[in-house]
Write a protein that binds this ligand. Structure first.
Ligand SMILES: Nc1nc2c(ncn2[C@@H]2O[C@H](COP(=O)(O)OP(=O)(O)OP(=O)(O)O)[C@@H](O)[C@H]2O)c(=O)[nH]1
Ligand SMILES: [Mg+2]
Length: 299
């Protein structure tokens, strides 16, 4: 790195559930920092992910957020919305993601109104699978918001159009020292990342049967140079949900475990011993202490 001054800033990535926010953040950062699934409300926390550019002179700190929805009803949904609001209020730039395959973007359009006085760009995602006419229709709707600095059309999955988004963000970072260690991609604890990996596998294996209220807690994480020992609890809200996670003869939990071990091995580059336990905490989403344990609200 030469004497050129450093630039840095926070970018909140917001949008409706399932629009591809986490997929975009992971792609730009170059590592799976935030978990991804076909289910809505995959992201529950404010996930911070860091990327370096321009020969390490520019740092972009992404804040991936839970998808917003207009009518939060349950305690869990309300907690997700609080996390979402904190994230976008403190950012320098806001990227609003729109799923080009989404039937109805009214929620996004009405939310955009609230961002008039902020630095905002819109990102139309999933152009690899969306109808061209639908993409143009969305772009046309967005043209009514004259405060939008840019409207990008991208595929977060295959990377099309993403470099233009990165260039725009780089141009909008402010001169100043880095806020995060340039050698790490996220400020999340390793325990939390490990829990998130297993939660992603639960979403992949359980598909439609996934209990909406489920979380993973890493209770033990010990590592030596060659090996990591990890014990995790998969917490469900009802006794009847235990069997769904275990599967007949334990086949499901075995698949979840094998898939999680594979990802954790890629992350830690060592031998992994993973033990998963399924626990019931009745109605945990209604209890603040359990929401805290799940990392969904702050202590
Ligand atoms: N075809 C296609 N699929 C995509 C694209 N981006 C994301 N997806 C898929 O859309 C689904 C949702 O992606 P996520 O990144 O988890 O979406 P999200 O906005 O973070 O979702 P929440 O965290 O639930 O709010 C996943 O199945 C992704 O693989 C894209 O550009 N093209
Ligand atoms: Mg997400």
């Amino acid at each position: 790195m030469n004497d050129k001054k450093t630039k840095c800033g926070f970018v909140a990535v917001i949008g409706e559930p399932n629009s591809g926010k986490s997929t975009l953040v992971n792609r730009i950062v170059g590592e799976k920092v935030s978990i991804v699934s076909h289910r809505v409300q995959t992201t529950r926390h404010r996930i911070r992910a860091v990327s370096q550019h321009d020969d390490c002179h520019t740092q972009i700190v992404f804040v991936d957020t839970p998808g917003f929805f207009n009518n939060a009803k349950t305690d869990l949904e309300k907690a997700l919305m609080t996390n979402f609001k904190h994230a976008y209020k403190d950012s320098d730039v806001i990227l609003v993601m729109i799923d080009a395959c989404c039937r109805n973007i009214l929620a996004t359009l009405s939310f955009l109104e609230k961002l008039k006085n902020r630095k905002v760009a819109a990102v139309i995602n999933k152009v690899d699978i969306a109808d061209k006419s639908k993409i143009l229709k969305i772009a046309n709707e967005l043209s009514k918001f004259d405060f939008l600095e840019k409207v990008f059309m991208i595929s977060a999955s295959n990377g099309d159009g993403v470099s233009a988004v990165v260039e725009y963000l780089k141009d909008n970072m402010s001169e100043g020292p880095y806020m995060f260690d340039p050698n790490s991609k996220t400020d999340m604890s390793m325990q939390f990342r490990l829990s998130e990996i297993t939660r992603e596998k639960l979403y992949q294996v359980l598909l439609a049967e996934l209990p909406y209220s489920i979380y993973v807690e890493t209770e033990l994480f010990k590592e030596t140079e060659k090996k990591a020992k990890i014990y995790q609890s998969i917490v469900v809200a009802k006794d009847s949900q235990k069997g769904i996670v275990l599967g007949s003869g334990g086949d499901r939990i075995k698949s979840i475990k094998d898939m999680a071990i594979s990802d954790i091995k890629d992350l830690l580059c060592k031998k992994i011993e993973l033990k998963l336990f399924v626990k019931v905490k009745e109605n945990w989403t209604k209890k603040r202490t359990h929401l805290q344990n799940a990392g969904i609200v702050n202590h």
